[in-house]
Write a protein that binds this ligand. Structure first.
Ligand SMILES: [Ca+2]
Ligand SMILES: [Ca+2]
Length: 248
């Protein structure tokens, strides 16, 4: 079998040579690709984009959320009878470097002529005696930090890009008092068709120690009026969502 194969190969080589001779005789330019391409380096494996190695990509495509191990994703949905209902669902997934959040919105409650701010409140140390309760929208006077950014600008979803704040009110009280911590590049987000996802780089939240299980609550505002809160409860506030870091 091997000899037959070689013979066929040799025949092909001869045919190629004949063909090549004919072409040399003809006054035409041969634009056909050469059999052996010069090494231009393009056949090497490109370096992977580091973002492609993460479980969630901020691209306004949401199938990546369905691919996560659901047992490691914290989730809450808008309670029946809640008063601020523009946010319908929140999922949170954290590993040792990132926090990712996913939202479903009731777009009918989102005015298209104004931006919308998403405030993310962290009880990062999971210590009920540190922090406060900035808006009184969640149970537990324990919020230590807030990330605040526009997730929506008139007519389109926006890339979030939050500012970074540390609670500066009286511990254990309901006060809207903050110290701004200079930092950029902490977070990014993307949305489409009533869904929104964001990523937080914890390494950029310098000096913030997250407990293995921390709690988080959010507030969505337009024109500085709250239109959505999660977690929520019928007729009142709920505890923030407990998230356990996936240490793999
Ligand atoms: Ca995605
Ligand atoms: Ca706290």
């Amino acid at each position: 079998m091997k000899r037959i194969f070689l013979s066929a190969g040799m025949a092909a080589a001869v045919l190629l040579a004949v063909d090549s001779c004919h072409k040399e005789e003809a006054p035409v330019v041969d634009n056909s690709p050469s059999v052996i391409s010069p090494d231009d380096g393009t056949d090497e494996e490109p370096e992977p984009d580091p973002a492609d190695l993460l479980p969630i990509k901020i691209d306004a495509e949401f199938a990546d959320w369905d691919a996560l191990d659901a047992s490691k994703v914290a989730e809450t949905v808008c309670a029946e009878g809640a008063s601020k209902t523009a946010l319908k669902k929140m999922r949170v997934y954290a590993d040792e470097e990132y926090i990712w959040m996913y939202f479903e919105l009731d777009e009918s409650q989102l005015g298209t002529d104004a931006g919308a701010v998403l405030n993310v409140f962290f009880n990062s140390d999971n210590d009920a005696t540190t922090g406060g309760n900035p808006l009184g929208e969640h149970l537990g006077n324990d919020v230590d930090y807030m990330l605040q950014g526009y997730c929506y600008q008139p007519g389109r979803y926006a890339s979030w890009g939050p500012t970074f704040w540390q609670y500066a009110g009286t511990p254990g009280k309901t006060e809207w008092k903050w110290d701004n911590i200079a930092a950029s590049g902490i977070g990014t987000g993307a949305g489409k068709d009533g869904k929104y996802e964001l990523q937080i780089m914890r390494v950029m939240m310098v000096d913030v120690k997250f407990a293995d299980t921390f709690t988080v609550g959010v507030d969505l505002q337009q024109s500085w009026t709250t239109i959505g809160v999660l977690p929520n409860a019928a007729g009142g506030a709920a505890e923030k969502l407990a998230v356990t870091i996936d240490k793999k």
